[in-house]
Structures are given as C-alpha cells and as structure tokens.
Design a protein around this ligand. Sequence first.
Ligand code: KIV
Length: 269
Amino acid sequence: MNKGIGVLMEKKRKGQRIVSLTAYDFITARLEEQAGMDFILVGDSMAMAVFGEETTLTADLDVMIAHTRAVRRGAPGIPVIGDMPFGSYERSDSQAVGNAARFLSEGGADAVKLEGGNGRMVSRVRAIIDSGIPVMGHVGLLPQSIRKTGGYRVVYADGRDALFREAHDLQDAGVFAIVLEGVEERLAGDLTAELDVPTIGIGAGRYTDGQILVVNDLLGLSGEFRPKFLKVYARIDRAVLEALETYAEEVRSGAFPEEGHAYHARDDK
Ligand code: KIV
C-alpha cells in the first residue's frame, strides 16, 4: 500500500537515506517500484529526456499530467510526485492551486513539486498546501530560470545566504521535502543539518538526506550528456542499438521471421 509522502520524513528521522528517480512511463515506474525506490518524480526533465527538447521550458502541463497518470499506474505502492512545468504556477496563487489539483485529480499524484523559494514562490507553495496538496520545494540550480540566470549555475558559498533563506522560507511554508539541485557539497550538507524536512540532492554531493537522478541518464539513454554528478549504471543504449541492428540484419537477410513465427492454416498448425 502507498503510505504517502510521510515516509520521507520518517526516513530522515531514522537516519535512513532516501532513494528516488524520475520516471515518465508505466513500465519504468513499475521497475522502479520493484527496485525499491522511496518515491518517483515525474520531472519536467521529460521535455528533454523523452521529447528531445533543449531545455525543460517547453514541458506541457497536459502532457505532464498524462505521463503522471501512466507512472501512477506503474507504481501504485509508492509516492508519485508531479513536477509543475514552467508557466503553470507563476501567474497567481489561484493558477498554481488549480494546476496543482489537476496533478492529483487527473494524474493520480500524491504531491507536486515546484521550483524556487523567493517571496512569490513561497506564496504559491502556501496557497497549494492550504488547498490540501502536499508540496516538495526545489532550490539551488533552477532549470526553469535559466533565461534569467543565463544558464545552469551551481550554487557555491557566495550564494549561501539566499539559498538558506529560501530553503527555510519553504520549510516554514510547509513543504514536506526540498530538492537541492547543483549545490556545492558542504553547503548542501550544512543546509541538510539545519532543516527539519528531508533534502533530496541532485548534483549536491554526499550529505543530503536522499538522492534523485533522471532515470534516462543513469541508464545510459542520454547520449553524450555526462555532467560531473552523474554515474551511469547501465548502457541500455548499447543493448537497444544491438537489438535493432540485429533485427534489421535478419529482416534483410530473410532470417526473420522464421516458420515458427508464422500463422498457418488451422489444419496445418
Ligand atoms: O525535472 C526533474 O527531473 C527534476 C529533478 C532534476 C529533480 O526536477
């Protein structure tokens, strides 16, 4: 049974590390639940990982919700968190609440995540939580803000005050966990020690309460994308390419299909 997002806080209290990945489809979600993930994020990284876009900025709300539904079906027993895409919560608190609710009512998610911890974002987070929807925060490197920041910027010591203030404001607003993305390891460790809510790191070193990666990246399905924080655990790309090439070769040579793959007249078997 899905015990909900409370398991994350329980793990932090017990000093147990939280393990998570993104997923965008039914089969991957099913494998991730079988492998013992503590939760799944249907990240807006889907725009890049699945749709081949340059950034996450083009992630579409309706598409995100449809994929959240597929992930929910694949992983009924663990928390599924829907990532609110760029443009789906910036305009007003009521826009944010309406779209967050769709992730639960249409996508079957347990919670939503949104990026940023400035005053405006804290107001959105408060409004969503007030409406009864749990929220995961996200600070540090913010892919949805690259047009403002001028690129993917890791947060180092000179960004400490702003980072800590934002994380504390999000915690005070009631988030149940915070993603720390692209944060220098010591900063992430100090912040994790200060916060009551669990931190989930990506590119934030060893001392966060949990880790998350984009599943395509760790399976070797992201081409030449090899950021410093990534460990590639399998080369599924090689296995897929080999299978596809063998199939093409066998069709061209006549080796596939064989007699056993064909339907025959009933009396002929
Ligand atoms: O969209 C995503 O995959 C994310 C993770 C990197 C945390 O936000």
